[in-house]
Design a protein around this ligand. Structure first.
Ligand code: SF4
Ligand code: SF4
Length: 340
């Protein structure tokens, strides 16, 4: 089973990690069973966050029922030194004495970076937690490669987390070589580009065939967890067919998809932009919002209809997405579904 050393943390982990976002969406027993299964199969790094509602708690429940060592990774959106309290909350939720990796979560700009690194900022809170042995290593996660480049260059972090998929391959050019040089461990998120890529095989083989990084795809069902694991252990070199599929999908999306980074917010009409822009892939993943438990989607769709096309969000999207046009097109597509 392929293992990766996470930079100077010297932690050696299975090359396939696991991300704790999707288990928020299923019932508690199913979530626990998924987590136990991935650990039993051989995954030994679980990533979660304070912001992922019940994810840490569910990991804590699952850990009571497995007897294998696991590296835990969590993070907090708190930008102040009071992040120290969040570390305690993570420990309590996961019922453990230590979280091995703890990250500053989603640092989206230099301004935010400077805030967390300033006196009484979140970095100081994590240093205190590390000095007290509550965490082992401090990390940073971001969708912004320039922030990660700076964070690695300044040498304060032992691990980073970046977006990486065949639709978003830029980190391989800028970030991974620098991280290797500075001995910083690399976890990668969004191997399916936030649900835009539907076929797991080419997407996972693409990220797994990249040296010295640990992708952390999440899975909310046993079926999905087993599928990911099978792709990993069956040898994950990219096939010729994968190459063709990847090229076709790259052409289809032509960089026009939402990375769910939220830089475009706030919207003047309080629209959840990443939802409205990503509506098609969300509906493909969850199914239409007919079921009662998906009623939340209906509200977000109705809200999206208020887009005034003001364009204020446009300069804030680093991927230059034509947000108002995409919202309009997605709503027309959605309405056409109910007319079928
Ligand atoms: S163009 Fe639409 S989505 Fe963008 S800020 Fe204006 S109302 Fe919000
Ligand atoms: S529309 Fe652009 S800025 Fe907004 S979440 Fe999507 S990718 Fe990010």
């Amino acid at each position: 089973m392929e293992k990766v050393r996470l930079g100077r943390t010297n932690l050696i982990v299975t090359k396939l990690g696991w991300g704790g976002i999707p288990i928020q969406r299923v019932g508690e027993q199913e979530a626990i069973s998924v987590i136990r299964t991935v650990i039993e199969m051989g995954v030994d790094l679980l990533d979660t966050a304070r912001a992922y509602t019940n994810s840490e708690h569910r990991i804590g429940l699952a850990l009571q029922k497995v007897n294998k060592p696991v590296i835990l990774s969590s993070k907090s959106l708190n930008r102040k030194e009071t992040i120290y309290k969040d570390v305690h909350e993570s420990l309590e939720q996961m019922k453990v004495k230590k979280v091995h990796l703890y990250h500053l979560h989603g640092i989206s700009s230099f301004e935010e970076y400077e805030k967390v690194m300033a006196p009484r900022g979140a970095y100081e809170g994590l240093k205190r937690a590390r000095d007290e042995g509550l965490i082992d290593h401090i990390g940073i996660t971001s969708h912004n490669l320039r922030v990660l480049e700076r964070a690695i260059g300044e040498g304060h972090f032992e691990v980073i987390m970046a977006c990486y998929s065949f639709l978003e391959p830029e980190a391989a050019l800028k970030i991974f070589p620098l991280a290797r040089e500075k001995e910083v461990g690399v976890l990668t998120m969004k191997p399916f580009s936030g649900g835009v890529i539907e076929e797991a095989g080419p997407a996972l083989r693409f990220v797994l065939s990249t040296a010295s990084i640990v992708p952390i795809p999440g899975s909310e069902t046993l079926e999905k967890a087993l599928e990911n694991w099978k792709i990993f252990i069956e040898g994950h070199s990219l096939t010729e067919k994968d190459g063709e599929k990847i090229e076709a999908l790259k052409k289809e999306f032509n960089h026009q998809f939402c990375r769910r980074c939220d830089y475009c917010q706030p919207c003047t009409e309080k629209i959840n932009i990443q939802f409205a822009v990503g509506l098609k892939s969300i509906i493909k993943r969850f199914g239409p919002p007919a079921q009662e438990e998906l009623g939340w989607m209906k509200d977000l769709i109705e809200k999206a209809r208020n887009c005034s096309q003001c364009g204020e969000c446009l300069p804030r999207c680093p991927y230059h997405l034509p947000i108002p046009d995409m919202i309009k097109e997605n709503l027309a597509w959605f309405d056409s579904l109910s007319n079928q």
